[in-house]
Write a protein that binds this ligand. Structure first.
Ligand SMILES: [Zn+2]
Length: 434
């Protein structure tokens, strides 16, 4: 496999720090062939730029981009996750395939502008208005290709409208139909997916939407096929109350009880999780994906057990409802939520006792591990997925290699993002084109 480009920015993130003089060889298959002080002159010299691995967004529902700016008035008094969900169901009821395509494309394009090069699309909205045809599965894959973003399609299994309740209204467009129908569709998607930019995973929506037996069976087959396994867990107290009423156990307890290991699992949210349940789940190999901006927007709360999740080194970040798409802000609010809740600073720290490198690790390598996508680090064999930032941007003025991580994490927005590269293919951020 021959080398196609040699990339060199002024500064390159090597995992713990920014370094100069790092050249990255990218092969014709879009993978990193080598990185370091290579002798070959760069074919792409990025002057005035810093380069990092592209951000990995582990949890998105792209179509919810259609709710941007909506649902922020509360004439009947305070709203909640559940009143927001009604607005989301109204959006679902009105969307046809072209509307769904437009919103997906919009979200994925905005993710690239935010430096996100891989999205874990937790895809539960399967059917067109006319029946159970899984037509929107193809649409979401096509929209990702059109935008140029790497996608892990986390095909969601949705069978009940609440613990033990049938699907109703808009939820019928999420219907997994049966375990057989689900795996048949996975076979079909596996045949469609372009392995250079698309992978698949399995995602029972939640304990509200899939029972313990189904979750157990889905995990067994997902393991056999080598898929990652994502599920919403304990975002809201109501979900815990319902599970306790029906199963006598909390959702995270059920998950850890029914699965032989949680190694493939990324539990999304765990906002309300009990530290004992979480410890047991993490010890069995599980990871957690949190979505600070969405959890803030929906009033879910601040995950009390976040330091525990972080100590497992299996933490990742997602943009979830896409009310705002910015990995820099997700990173910032992961730490800020904890600072506000604990009245202390430096909660999410790395091996060198600094915050920003730990946040960058979570937003890159942490996400790549949760999606089992070889990206998230500048390392031979991984995808050539990068983001570059403009060192001349006013918000980064005065920063050097040492202060840049902190400036990105706490003092910068999407407008510092200059370009992204997905599998060796470069794209200029739209904030630079105006
Ligand atoms: Zn979600």
């Amino acid at each position: 496999v021959s080398v196609k480009q040699i990339v060199e920015a002024d500064l390159t993130w090597t995992g713990l720090r920014f370094e100069s003089g790092v050249r990255i060889a990218v092969n014709e298959r879009g993978r990193i062939a080598g990185a370091g002080p290579l002798a070959t002159e760069p074919t792409r010299r990025l002057t005035g730029m810093a380069l990092l691995p592209g951000f990995v967004n582990v949890h998105s529902h792209a179509f919810q981009r259609g709710l941007r700016g909506q649902g922020e008035s509360f004439p009947a008094g305070k709203g909640s996750f559940w009143t927001w969900r009604e607005a989301m169901y109204r959006l679902v009821a009105g969307l046809d395939e072209s509307g769904f395509h437009r919103l997906s494309l919009q979200a994925f394009g905005e993710m690239l502008d935010a430096g996100i090069t891989t999205v874990g699309e937790f895809h539960y909205f399967h059917h067109s208005k006319n029946g159970t045809d899984f037509a929107l599965d193809d649409v979401v894959l096509d929209a990702a290709v059109e935008a140029g973003i790497r996608i892990a399609l986390l095909q969601s299994y949705y069978a009940t409208g609440g613990v033990g309740r049938p699907l109703e209204g808009a939820q019928r467009r999420f219907d997994a139909v049966s375990l057989d129908a689900f795996w048949k569709q996975m076979d079909r998607l596996d045949g469609l997916a372009d392995p250079t930019i698309q992978t698949l995973g399995v995602a029972p929506h939640s304990i509200r939407a899939a029972g313990p037996e189904e979750i157990e069976l889905l995990y067994a087959e997902a393991s056999r096929r080598g898929y990652v396994f994502h599920i919403h867990v304990e975002e809201q107290p109501k979900e815990i109350d319902e599970a306790l009423a029906v199963y006598g156990r909390r959702p995270l307890e059920i998950l850890t009880d029914v699965l032989p290991t949680t190694e493939r699992v990324t539990a999304i949210h765990c906002t309300q999780s009990d530290p004992r349940d979480l410890s047991r789940y993490l010890e069995a190999g599980g990871g957690v994906g949190t979505c600070p901006l969405t959890e803030g927007n929906l009033g879910d709360g601040i995950p009390g057990a976040l330091p525990l999740m972080h100590s497992s080194r299996r933490l990742s970040l997602g943009s979830d409802s896409n009310a705002r798409i910015s990995m820099l802000e997700e990173m910032r609010w992961l730490e800020y939520g904890q600072r506000l809740a604990t009245k202390s600073r430096g909660v999410i720290t790395g091996p060198d006792a600094t915050v920003a490198p730990a946040l960058l690790e979570i937003a890159t390598a942490g996400g790549a591990a949760a999606l089992n996508v070889p990206a998230g680090r500048i390392e031979a064999g991984r995808w050539a997925d990068f983001v570059t930032v403009d060192l001349a941007h006013p918000s980064l003025a005065g920063c050097g290699a040492g202060t840049l991580p902190g400036a990105l994490a706490f003092g910068a927005g999407n407008d510092v993002i200059a370009e992204t590269c997905v599998g060796g293919r470069w794209r200029v951020s739209r904030s630079r084109l105006r």
